[in-house]
Design a protein around this ligand. Structure first.
Ligand SMILES: [Ca+2]
Ligand SMILES: [Cu+2]
Length: 364
């Protein structure tokens, strides 16, 4: 609906930023609980011999979902919310999950087989945007375009722009390409694009609960997918943002901007990049109050599928799906949602150049 940011920058760009702020110092603090060994209660202990190529077995079980460590807000914006609270017990069944984010090469196969065109490649129509200047109804997507100097962190339009003809094949617009980047996560993917790919592949998108269970890798209530220290033994464990956000990406973790898949250690279940690099779509609608509502029911929460509709009080007009994991733009200066229990969200009709996905498949 609000896919052409040009038409309404505030609305359009609302989603890609996935605005969460952790105030300086917060993310670097020691984790909430000590790291404990994995002991999930497995529903299925034997995945059998039919391991799908490129997927790993997620045993399923019970876990504590959510986190108090990262909150949703914009810096300098009052009304800090806490959409990842309360931390609550959830049970998920076993499933298979892609070991890495869907790559450009994989998405290319899908497009070649089906002729599929992504949302970013199709011009928004006057029917969708009756009040828009027709010259603005051009295909495109949101691209991170950092200012050359330090800026106050209170307005993300300073570093996001709607760029004509930006799409998965041309991540930075006309003249850019994915040549040599076959092994990078595909980006500029709207939610329905991800669903179309998943169907073609005989898979589906993960629920938010499945995604988070998998990301935790068998660790209990840890701050990160790998433990409670951000850089254990001084080692970076994910592609995030160092330096001065948004103008100066120092790339101390080895990458300025996006990285190919599988550049950092896998988690306890054998999954790569469950934090950082690109955000990942989940199947759930996003509601800030979903966890509160679930817990209030007082019954066991098994394989939650998300709320029946979407509502983000910070942008009531924008229809949003859940995104998880954070991206190469996440930093403790602005948004530290590489924290494993935290939540992201975005306009379901919008891709960006730091948003991709991976798929799951049912156990049998
Ligand atoms: Ca980086
Ligand atoms: Cu972030």
């Amino acid at each position: 609906m609000f896919r052409s940011s040009v038409l309404s920058l505030m609305v359009l760009l609302a989603s890609p930023v996935a605005v969460t702020v952790v105030y300086p110092g917060m993310a670097g603090q020691p984790g909430i609980k000590k790291q404990t060994a994995a002991a999930p209660q497995a529903h299925v202990t034997d995945p059998g011999s039919v391991k799908p190529k490129g997927m790993v077995w997620i045993p399923g079980g019970r876990f504590r979902m959510g986190t108090p460590a990262a909150n949703e807000s914009l810096c300098a914006t009052p009304g800090l919310t806490s959409d990842a609270l309360p931390v609550h017990t959830v049970e998920v069944k076993a499933f298979w999950m892609d070991e890495h984010e869907v790559t450009n090469a994989e998405f290319e196969k899908f497009v070649q087989a089906t002729g599929y065109r992504t949302v970013a490649e199709i011009a928004p129509t006057a029917a969708e945007f009756p009040n828009a200047d027709p010259s603005l109804l051009v295909p495109g997507s949101a691209v991170f375009a950092p200012p050359s100097h330090e800026v106050p962190l209170d307005n993300y339009l300073q570093w996001w722009e709607y760029r004509k003809n930006a799409n998965w094949r041309q991540p930075f617009g006309a003249g850019s390409s994915i040549k040599g980047k076959e092994n990078y996560p595909v980006v500029h993917i709207a939610w329905e694009d991800a669903v179309a790919y998943a169907r073609w592949a005989g898979k589906r998108l993960p629920t938010e609960a499945e995604w988070e269970f998998a990301a935790r890798g068998g660790l209990k209530e840890n701050t990160y997918a790998w433990g409670n220290q951000f850089t254990p033994a001084k080692r970076y464990m994910a592609n995030t943002f160092q330096g001065s956000f948004p103008s100066k990406d120092a790339g101390r973790d080895g990458f300025k901007g996006i990285a190919p898949v599988k550049q950092y250690p896998k988690n306890g279940y054998g999954l790569y990049d469950m934090a950082g690099n690109v955000w990942e779509w989940c199947s759930d609608w996003y509601r800030a109050d979903y966890y509160t509502t679930l817990v209030r029911k007082g019954t066991a929460i098994v394989d939650p599928q998300g709320p029946p509709d979407s509502f983000d009080p910070t942008e009531p007009g924008v229809i949003k799906k859940v995104q998880k994991g954070g991206s190469f733009l996440c930093s403790d200066q602005y948004c530290s949602r590489y924290v494993v229990g935290s939540r992201g969200k975005g306009d379901w009709k919008m891709g960006t150049n730091h948003l991709g996905f991976r798929c799951v498949r049912d156990a049998k």
